[in-house]
Design a protein around this ligand. Structure first.
Ligand SMILES: Cc1cc2nc3c(=O)[nH]c(=O)nc-3n(C[C@H](O)[C@H](O)[C@H](O)COP(=O)(O)OP(=O)(O)OC[C@H]3O[C@@H](n4cnc5c(N)ncnc54)[C@H](O)[C@@H]3O)c2cc1C
Length: 294
């Protein structure tokens, strides 16, 4: 068969391992893997995939994705080029490309004396991934700061989506277009030192409560409601520390699964199943995945 991406070989690879690009560091390769360096290249490769009937997925920082053992049969597009990583600071707003690490955006806003985003301190991943999943925590989420998002829609047309047109819910948004390219955030001018101090305080609390330094994603499940936490249900079900193969329910935060050396994606999937069954049997809640499984 003719190579479906033969005109794009400069930035499309075959059989590319995905594990090193995700925080779980598990799972198989992508059949096709592209790193477009401009909107035109992004459009071209997506268009070709569509013509060839090849499904495509977008990978940001890989902090909320678990790749299965066989890998991804279609095309994975990795957004990491400098072209998608611009940050522009204004008087009361900041604009960032989708590939910008969220931590870099938060630091830059704080140093520029723009307050708001520091509540997201400690959340890894990119701006694109954060917008897709409305990243956040107890102090709030990214959604309310967004004034505009630039996307490529399903016809691969550039579209500006304004605040009124956007809706954000707990760990989700209506940004369902194939590609989020950049976003503008409206923030509050404030003394940079006090924003940076707040950022440091939030980071200390976050580090104490989540298992950083391990192979893991973030929370595996969404909370069933605003006052019922998935982590508390898993803890009350007595599952903290439960192991299957190389995967373990974190002792520090029950909604995290840690992958120890030698773990397989299947070990994590088995634990996910076990947690869902136990929480359903004991409490009658169907835990919904926050983690994306590829
Ligand atoms: C230690 C740790 C702590 C965490 N703590 C939190 C937390 O407190 N709160 C929280 O909300 N999350 C948390 N997370 C989860 C994760 O950081 C967020 O979900 C993050 O926003 C995902 O961004 P990403 O770039 O890594 O996305 P990825 O994991 O790469 O992708 C996630 C989804 O977003 C899509 N996507 C990514 N970029 C784009 C784009 N440009 N256009 C269209 N779709 C895109 C992907 O296709 C995929 O469906 C944590 C994760 C870890 C590892």
């Amino acid at each position: 068969m003719q190579h479906p991406f033969k005109d794009y070989q400069e930035f499309v690879a075959e059989d590319q391992p995905l594990a090193p690009l995700t925080w779980f560091r598990l799972g198989g390769p992508a059949a096709y893997f592209a790193k477009p360096r401009s909107i035109e290249e992004m459009r071209g490769v997506l268009n070709r995939a569509h013509e060839a009937g090849i499904p495509s997925k977008l990978l940001g920082g890989g902090t909320n994705v678990l790749v299965r053992e066989p890998g991804v049969e279609g095309l994975v597009i990795h957004m990491e080029s400098p072209f998608f990583s611009d940050v522009t600071v204004g008087e009361d707003r900041i604009k960032a490309g989708a590939a910008v690490p969220l931590t870099a955006l938060i630091s830059q806003a704080a140093r520029s004396g723009l307050a708001g985003l520091e509540i997201l301190t400690g959340i890894p991943g990119t701006v694109g991934g954060a917008l897709r999943g409305n990243a956040g925590g107890r102090q709030g989420a990214i959604g309310p700061f967004v004034s505009r998002v630039t996307v490529l829609d399903s016809a691969l047309e550039l579209q500006e989506r304004e605040r009124d047109d956007l809706s954000f819910v707990d760990r989700g948004s209506n940004l369902d277009e194939p590609v989020i390219l950049s976003a503008e955030f409206e923030l509050t001018p404030e003394d940079p030192e006090s924003v940076v101090r707040r950022m440091r305080r939030i980071w200390i609390v976050k580090k104490e409560n989540q298992p950083y330094g391990h192979q893991s994603s973030g929370c595996i499940f969404k909370n069933p409601s605003a006052d019922i936490s998935a982590g508390a249900l898993i803890d009350q079900a007595g599952l903290k520390g439960t192991r299957h193969g190389g995967a373990e329910v974190s002792d520090r935060h029950a909604n995290f699964i840690i992958a120890h050396p030698g773990a397989k994606a299947d070990d994590v999937l088995h634990l996910i199943d076990q947690i869902q069954q136990r929480v359903w049997q004991q409490f009658g809640y169907e835990l919904e995945l926050q983690l994306r499984i590829w």
